[in-house]
Design a binder for this molecule. Structure first.
Ligand SMILES: Cc1cc2nc3c(=O)[nH]c(=O)nc-3n(C[C@H](O)[C@H](O)[C@H](O)COP(=O)(O)O)c2cc1C
Length: 198
C-alpha cells in the first residue's frame, strides 16, 4: 500500500494532507482500469457484504443513458435457491463457485429510440451501466467476469422475464480463493494500432 501526502504548509510549517491511499480499495482511476480483469476464481465461502453490494449497484444506477431513460434493472442473486437455478446458464466450475451473480437486464421498450432510423439505445445503455458496475466492484476489491456466453432461455425461466425483458450481461461477484494470483499486465493491441492523432 502507498500513501500519498501533499504538504500545504507555508514557511516550512508541516501541514500534510493525505491525498489518497493506493491499495486494494479506492484506487486512482488509471490504476483501477489496469487492475480490472476477468476473474475466473471465486471462493464460495466469502460473500460480499450488503453495504459493498449497495455501493456497487449505486454506481450502475448513476450511469448515463440516452435521454436519461435508465432502461435497466440490476439483480443480485445470492440465495441458495436462486443460485442453483441461475448457475445452470453458464457451465463453468469457477462460475458455480461465485457467492453472487449480478444480472443486468433491460427493457427495449423503455429505451430511447432514434426517430430517423429506429436505432434503439438499449444495448449501449446497459453496456455503460455494466462497465460502471464492474469498475465499482474492482474499486471495492470485488472480482468480476463479464459473461455474455450464457444460455438466455435458462435465465428467462429462472427470472420469469416478460416478453420485452432481456438479460444483456451477467457477472459473478466475489473474492478469490486463497493463493489466487491476478494476471500480470494486459494482452492488448498497442496504442499505435488502435489510436491516431490527426
Ligand atoms: C461483451 C463481453 C462478453 C464476454 N463474455 C465472456 C464470457 O462469456 N465468458 C468469459 O469467460 N469471459 C467473457 N468476457 C471476458 C473477456 O474474455 C475478457 O474481458 C477479455 O479476454 C480481456 O481480458 P480481461 O477482462 O482480463 O482484461 C467477456 C467480455 C466482454 C466485454
Amino acid at each position: 500500500m502507498q500513501i500519498f501526502f501533499r504538504n500545504f504548509g507555508r514557511n516550512g510549517s508541516n501541514i500534510s494532507v493525505v491525498l489518497f491511499v493506493k491499495g486494494e480499495i479506492g484506487m486512482d482511476y488509471y490504476d483501477l482500469i489496469r487492475k480490472r480483469h476477468s476473474m475466473r476464481n471465486y471462493d464460495p465461502q466469502k460473500p460480499v457484504s450488503g453495504e459493498v453490494l449497495k455501493r456497487i449497484l449505486n454506481a450502475g444506477r448513476l450511469a448515463p443513458s440516452a435521454a436519461n431513460r435508465q432502461p435497466w434493472e440490476f439483480i443480485v442473486i445470492s440465495s441458495a435457491e436462486m443460485l442453483e437455478k441461475v448457475r445452470k446458464c453458464y457451465d463453468k466450475s469457477w462460475f458455480r463457485d461465485a457467492p453472487h451473480i449480478l444480472i443486468v437486464k433491460g427493457n427495449q421498450d423503455s429505451a430511447w429510440r432514434r426517430r430517423y432510423d429506429g436505432y434503439n439505445s438499449i444495448e449501449t445503455d446497459l453496456t455503460i451501466a455494466m462497465d460502471h458496475l464492474v469498475l465499482a466492484a474492482t474499486n471495492e476489491g470485488v472480482g468480476t467476469c463479464w459473461i455474455a456466453a450464457f444460455d438466455p432461455s435458462i435465465l428467462r425461466d429462472a427470472l420469469k422475464l416478460g416478453e420485452m425483458e432481456k438479460v444483456f450481461a451477467i457477472t459473478p461477484l466475489g473474492y478469490p480463493q486463497e493463493g489466487y494470483k491476478p494476471p500480470e499486465g494486459k494482452s492488448r493491441k498497442s496504442l499505435h494500432e488502435v489510436a491516431r492523432f490527426l
